[in-house]
Write a protein that binds this ligand. Structure first.
Ligand code: SAH
Ligand code: SF4
Length: 364
C-alpha cells in the first residue's frame, strides 16, 4: 500500500503527515487526488454550487503588502457600484439560477459603508423573495456590524486568515493596529458566534512560506472548525511592496500544484465543508478551476461584476475574465463544470454540510 493510501486509510492527519502529502509528486500525487475526489463524491456529492461574485468596491482603508487594490496604490481608479448596479447584478444571478451571490469589497468601517451594505442585503433578499443566498466578504468589522449584516439576511462570510503563522502574517502586512493578526482571529470567532457559516483560507506560495506553514494552515482550519474554504496561489502584483520578493518565489507551476494539493488534503481532513475552486488557479492554468473541482472543490464563483469595473479590481496581475461581461461568464461556466465531470446545482444555496452537521450534533 502506498504511503498516501495508508495515511488516508488511518484518517489521522498530523503535521508530519500533511507535510509528507504536500511534497508528493507523480503517481503518489495522482493517488492523493484520486482519494480526495472519492471523498468529495461520498461526502458532498458531485454537484457544484454557484456564487455570483459581485466585486462591489475597490476602495480600501488597508495596505496589505500583497494586494493590488491596497490603499496606497494610486495607479487604479477607485469605484463603488451604485445600488442599481448591485441589484442588476444580483437579478442576473437570480435569473440565471445561480442560487447565491457573494458581495466582496475592499475594507471600510464607516457607518456610510456599513449601512450601504446592510441596505443592499435587504434589497437583494427582497428582489429574490428571500431565495438568493448572500455571502459577504467585506473584511474585518465589529461584532455589531457582523450582527447587522446577518440580521439583514447575509448568512455566510468569507475572511481569509491569509497565513496562520503570526510571524509570516506580520511579514505580509504592515505592522500596525489596522493589520493585526489577533484582530483577524477575533473577527473569525465573532463571525462564528454571530451564526454565519464561516469561510477562511490562505495564499499559497507566499514569500518566506514553508511547507510547515501550509501544514499549520490546514490544521488551523480544522481547529477553527470552519465551514468553507477559499484558497489559491499567491500571485504577485507589480504595484505592491511584496513584489520586491518575486525572485524568491517558487515557480508558478509548482505554486499551482501545491494549491491543488492543499485543496485535496483539506477535503480529506474536513470531508463535508465547502471548498471553492478559486479564480487565482485559473490565472496560472487555463483549466485550473476545473482541475480543483475534480480533486475536491465543490464551489464555483462566476464573476458577475459589470465589465467596466473589472480592470480596477485586480488583486493580482493577469486576473482572468477582466474583459468579459456577466453573460460571457455564464456561457463559459456550464462548459467548464461539464468538463470537470460535475453537475451544476441550480437555484440552490448549497450551504456547508459541515455547518448543518455540527449544529445537529450540538443541538440533537
Ligand atoms: N478586503 C476583503 C476582500 C477582498 S480581498 C478581505 O481582505 O478580506 C480577497 C482576497 O484576495 C484576500 O483575502 C486575499 O487572500 C486575496 N488576494 C489579495 N491579493 C492577492 C494576491 N496578490 N494573490 C493572491 N490572492 C490575493
Ligand atoms: Fe484591502 Fe482586502 Fe486587499 Fe487587504 S486584501 S488591501 S483588506 S482589499
Amino acid at each position: 500500500m502506498s504511503k498516501v493510501t495508508e495515511i488516508v486509510r488511518i484518517n489521522k492527519f498530523s503535521k508530519e503527515e500533511i507535510i509528507y502529502l504536500l511534497g508528493v509528486q507523480g503517481e503518489e500525487q495522482n493517488k492523493l487526488f484520486q482519494l480526495a475526489s472519492e471523498t468529495k463524491l461520498k461526502h458532498v456529492g458531485n454537484k457544484v454550487y454557484l456564487r455570483g461574485l459581485i466585486e462591489m468596491s475597490n476602495i480600501c482603508a488597508k495596505n496589505c503588502l500583497y494586494c493590488g487594490i491596497r490603499k496606497d496604490n494610486t495607479k487604479i481608479e477607485r469605484y463603488l457600484l451604485t445600488s442599481a448596479e448591485v441589484i442588476e447584478a444580483a437579478k442576473f444571478a437570480f435569473d440565471n439560477n445561480y442560487g447565491s451571490i457573494v458581495l466582496q469589497s475592499g475594507e471600510l468601517n464607516s457607518e456610510t459603508f456599513i449601512s450601504y451594505v446592510e441596505s443592499l442585503v435587504l434589497e437583494i433578499k427582497k428582489l429574490s423573495d428571500g431565495q438568493l443566498g448572500i455571502t459577504l466578504s467585506c473584511g474585518e468589522q465589529t461584532e455589531e456590524t457582523y450582527h447587522r449584516w446577518f440580521n439583514a439576511g447575509a448568512h455566510r462570510y468569507l475572511l481569509r486568515i491569509e497565513s496562520s503563522n503570526k510571524a509570516l502574517y506580520e511579514k505580509i502586512h504592515p505592522i500596525d493596529s489596522l493589520h493585526s493578526y489577533e484582530t483577524r482571529i477575533n473577527c473569525l470567532s465573532s463571525l462564528q458566534k454571530t451564526g454565519y457559516q464561516v469561510g477562511t483560507g490562505v495564499m499559497i506560495g507566499l514569500p518566506f512560506q514553508t511547507l510547515e506553514d501550509l501544514a499549520d494552515d490546514l490544521l488551523f482550519m480544522q481547529k477553527m472548525d470552519i465551514d468553507m474554504c477559499g484558497m489559491g496561489p499567491y500571485l504577485e502584483h507589480n504595484d505592491t511592496p511584496l513584489f520586491a520578493y518575486t525572485g524568491e518565489l517558487i515557480p508558478l507551476k509548482e505554486r499551482f500544484y501545491l494549491s491543488l494539493k492543499m485543496v485535496a488534503i483539506l477535503r480529506l481532513m474536513m470531508k463535508d465543508i465547502n471548498i471553492a475552486a478559486t479564480t487565482a488557479l485559473q490565472t496560472i492554468d487555463a483549466m485550473g478551476r476545473e482541475k480543483a473541482l475534480k480533486i475536491g472543490a465543490n464551489i464555483f464563483m462566476p464573476n458577475i461584476t459589470p465589465k467596466k469595473y473589472r480592470e480596477n479590481y485586480k488583486l493580482y496581475e493577469n486576473k482572468p475574465c477582466t474583459d468579459e461581461n456577466p453573460a460571457d461568464c455564464a456561457n463559459c461556466i456550464e462548459a467548464r463544470i461539464c468538463i470537470a465531470g460535475c453537475e451544476i446545482a441550480k437555484d440552490e444555496w448549497g450551504d456547508s454540510k459541515h455547518f448543518t452537521n455540527k449544529n445537529n450534533k450540538t443541538h440533537p
